[in-house]
Design a protein around this ligand. Structure first.
Ligand code: FE
Length: 234
């Protein structure tokens, strides 16, 4: 088996949300598909370890918020690299409750689908939930982000050349280049690449700031880990 073939599959990027006993939670996922048109049904794949899995299994409802190309990386970090067991992810994000009580995003979303689970299938680490769509809306005509485009963003901008979905592990082993001022550093947790040429303007870091000159309290803009978790990138 050649695992690289899995990188040739194309995906979108979504926030999948649900509710349980009045609590709300959501997570980033790249697996959401329309299965049928009439009735409209969608399928999602959710890791069994995730709180959202517990919520969907319990309540039998979920929403899919579709992210735009302009989605801020920190929103993906908020929903993708933090756990609802430690925080209320919706406390700081504008949302609306659907008819089922499951929330969907009102900002950084080009629309949503709300579904009721009609069946599910065990997939070892994950569960595939099949949902009948009961509500949906389009908020904007902006391009939806693809999983490949997201990987380009993480690597220092969509204009970057090269393969879109190289695994993080492949990039770790190489030794740093000589110039510490322009050396890029990669987050070992989420794969985000800090490029000194770009800085991190959203966090007040000007372009041209070397990694070593970042303040000690600077954190990965995607997943929130500290500088210690970064390694020199190729
Ligand atoms: Fe990170």
């Amino acid at each position: 088996m050649d695992p690289n073939i899995f990188r040739k599959l194309t995906y979108g990027l979504f926030i999948i949300s649900s509710t349980m006993d009045g609590r709300l939670n959501g997570q980033v996922a790249n697996t959401a598909f329309q299965i049928t048109a009439d009735p409209a049904m969608v399928a999602i794949g959710i890791n069994k370890n995730n709180l959202t899995h517990q919520f969907i299994k319990s309540s039998g409802v979920f929403t899919i918020s579709i992210l735009p190309q302009s989605v801020p990386l920190d929103l993906i970090g908020h929903f993708g690299f933090k756990s609802g067991r430690d925080m209320d992810k919706f406390a700081t994000v504008p949302f609306q409750l659907g008819e089922t009580g499951a929330p969907y995003l009102l900002e950084n979303s080009i629309g949503y689908l709300e579904a009721q689970v009609v069946d599910k299938m065990d997939a070892e680490t994950h569960t595939v939930f099949l949902g009948k769509v009961i509500n949906s809306a389009v908020f904007s005509e902006e391009e939806p982000i693809t999983y490949a485009y997201y990987h380009l963003l993480k690597r220092g901008g969509a204009k970057a050349a090269g393969p879109a979905q190289q695994p993080v592990a492949e990039k770790k082993a190489d030794a740093p280049v000589a110039d510490p001022g322009t050396q890029k550093y990669q987050c070992s947790v989420c794969g985000y690449v800090y490029d000194p040429a770009l800085g991190d303007p959203d966090s007040g870091i000007a372009p041209g700031t070397a990694f070593k000159d970042l303040p000690d309290d600077w954190v990965c803009p995607v997943c929130g880990v500290s500088k210690d978790e970064f390694e020199p990138a190729v």
